[in-house]
Every structure is written in structure tokens, then in C-alpha cells.
Design a protein around this ligand. Structure first.
Ligand code: AMP
Ligand code: MN
Ligand code: MN
Length: 323
């Protein structure tokens, strides 16, 4: 850890130590890292005697509702009372909290704990570890630094954060330390097969039908591959928008592919773009140039244009980055 990061962590620990009511905020379309890190952190703060509330700008996907504490998460705008501290985990920029902005008006200064290289350092204190494979690793360190003894419920949250953001320990971001932390979490009682089964082996028939329809749009151009989701596919399959999560891994898995893109048009006048690379191309630079953000190997943006225009804009930028 850099000395700047260790100083920032010390400052966060001090501020959380002095806090008594903490508002924790999930990011839009919350993923396993956002949910797992935030719920583990909320439990750790309660163990220190703090009052906490967790607010979600979008619903928690059903396959992540098993994470301990998920049942107490409230919708944006539904928090009550006021907070002396706001804590964001896994949130690269302020606009990633969507409709939870209203809840923030009754909260104190923002503490920003993250692992995105594109993090915009919007907090009063910013503790960012870009080399961490998941915000769950940063959260693990923070909970330890707070002197809280991890219990099995916090461990499940942290394990979910790490196993989802690393693609089950497969991505370039994974280190020996990622595995050492995971080993600690298993030692606390996490059952990895049970967690994996709940997250990945509980798919709806509609989501498999959506995958089949999306695969029919698969295109390849050398080391670049892409796929679409259209409003018609969502309507015909009956899949929910959150069920597009993970589809980008299909073009990514094609032999010889370096960059994979999923274009998801959910019929709201915008296209959500997911970018992945396997070894070489920094897709976060591409995403940032289009108004989004992320990591070198996983990034995204949302474009207010048609699917055809999004294809043109993104594929041009990706081809340039691949040269
Ligand atoms: P996704 O493709 O949605 O799984 O997102 C991959 C990564 O890109 C995540 O780490 C997100 O933080 C980031 N990301 C996705 N969409 C956006 C966006 N519209 N703005 C900023 N960052 C994004
Ligand atoms: Mn996330
Ligand atoms: Mn993350």
C-alpha cells in the first residue's frame, strides 16, 4: 500500500471512529462488490455501536438478496432522519449513486472508499486502492483497521464482493493477497460452493432465452467482438434488465478476443455499454472518453443515443485504443 493510501485509511478510521450515524450508499445497478462490501461495512460499524442505514438507488438483484443485511436496505429517498457521515464504497464518481442524492442532503461529509482507477476523488477523504481486485479487499483492510472482529455474516459479504468482481478469481487483478483474504473468509465459515450456487446457478429461464437471442447478434472483427441486447429481446424473453449482467463474458470468452463489448438498449433512450479486455487494452480510457469509467479490464458507460450510433461511437474508440 502506498503511504498516501495508508494515510487516507488512517483518516477514514479516525472519522468513522468519531461518527455516530452513518449513511452507506450503493451504486446504480448494484453488483456483488457494491452490495457485499457495503453490507459488511455496515455490520462492522454496527459492531462499533454506530447507527447505520444502507440506501440503494436501484433494486438489489434477486440472486444477491441472500447477502446478510440485504433485507434492511432501503430505496432511494426512503431514509429517515439525518446522518453525520456518508460512506461510499465501490463508487467511482458521484453520479454513480443515482437517485440516492436526495438522501445525501441529510448526511454529513462523504468518505470515499474504492478501487476504481477512474475514481474522481469526490469525497472529503478518499481512500482508493486501484490495485485491489475488488472493493471487498479494501473493505476487509478497513474493517481490520477499525479493530472489528469479522463474523461469518461480514465474511459472506466480503467474499461475495471478491468472488464477483474477480470473475471467480480469474481476472488479471487477482493476486496472492486476494486468495489470502478469501482463505481468511473461508476460515470464518463462508461456504464457497453455496455462494456460487446462489449467485450463478439460480438463473431464470427468461435470462437463458435472452442469452440465446443476444448470441445471435455476436459479431467479430479480429481481436474485437461485440453483442447486443435490444428492447425486443427483453420483451420476447421476458428477462429483466438486471439479467444482462454477465452477458459481456460471452464475447470475451471467444478464442483470440482481446476486447469484448455488450451494447444494452433497454428501451429508455440510452444504451448501456459494458467493455472488457483480457490482457492488453485499457478499456477504462475508452469508457472515460465516452463519459463513463471503470478499470483497465472492465469498464462501462451509458450513451444517450440509438444502438446504431452507440456502435459507431464505441467501436471507433475501441479500434483506436487497440492500435
Ligand atoms: P459493468 O460492465 O456494468 O459490469 O461495469 C464494469 C465497470 O465499469 C464497473 O467497475 C463500473 O464501475 C464501471 N462502469 C460501468 N458503467 C459505468 C458508467 N455509466 N459510468 C461509470 N462507470 C461505469
Ligand atoms: Mn461495482
Ligand atoms: Mn468493484
Amino acid at each position: 500500500m502506498s503511504s498516501a493510501a495508508s494515510r487516507d485509511r488512517r483518516r477514514i478510521v479516525e472519522r468513522l471512529g468519531a461518527a455516530s450515524r452513518v449513511l452507506l450508499v450503493l451504486h446504480v445497478r448494484p453488483d456483488g462488490d457494491s452490495i457485499g462490501s457495503t453490507l459488511a461495512m455496515a455490520a462492522a460499524l454496527r459492531a462499533l455501536g454506530k447507527a447505520t442505514e444502507v440506501v440503494a438507488p436501484d433494486p438489489i438483484p434477486p440472486n444477491l438478496a441472500f447477502v446478510p443485511g440485504a433485507g434492511a436496505v432501503v430505496d432511494a429517498g426512503a431514509t429517515r432522519g439525518s446522518f453525520d457521515t456518508a460512506l461510499f464504497l465501490d463508487c467511482a464518481s458521484l453520479d454513480r449513486i443515482g437517485g440516492a442524492t436526495a438522501d445525501l442532503e441529510r448526511a454529513g461529509p462523504i468518505l470515499n472508499v474504492d478501487h476504481h482507477s477512474s475514481n474522481q476523488r469526490y469525497g472529503e477523504i478518499n481512500y482508493v486502492e486501484p490495485q485491489a481486485a475488488a472493493c471487498g479487499e479494501v473493505t476487509y483492510d478497513l474493517i481490520r483497521a477499525l479493530g472489528v472482529a469479522l463474523d461469518v455474516e461480514m465474511a459472506v459479504g466480503l467474499y461475495v464482493a471478491i468472488v464477483t468482481d474477480t470473475g471467480s478469481f480469474r481476472y488479471q487483478s487477482v493476486t496472492a493477497r486476494t486468495h489470502r483474504i478469501a482463505a481468511q473468509l473461508l476460515g470464518l465459515g463462508v461456504r464457497p460452493a453455496e455462494v456460487a450456487e446462489r449467485i450463478w446457478d439460480n438463473r431464470s429461464l427468461a435470462s437463458l432465452r435472452l442469452e440465446a437471442a443476444a448470441l445471435r447478434t455476436l459479431e467479430r472483427e479480429g481481436e474485437l467482438a461485440w453483442m447486443d441486447v435490444t428492447p425486443q429481446m427483453l420483451a420476447e424473453s421476458g428477462a429483466a434488465a438486471y439479467e444482462t449482467e454477465g452477458l459481456v463474458n460471452l464475447p470475451r470468452s471467444l478464442e483470440g478476443v482481446e476486447v469484448a463489448v455488450l451494447f444494452s438498449d433497454e428501451g429508455r433512450g440510452e444504451v448501456r455499454v459494458s467493455l472488457r479486455s483480457t490482457a492488453r487494452v485499457d478499456v477504462s480510457t475508452v469508457a472515460v472518453s465516452l463519459g463513463g469509467g471503470g478499470h483497465a479490464r472492465a469498464a462501462g458507460c451509458t450513451l444517450g443515443m440509438s444502438l446504431a450510433a452507440a456502435h459507431a461511437a464505441v467501436l471507433t474508440a475501441v479500434r483506436a485504443a487497440m492500435r
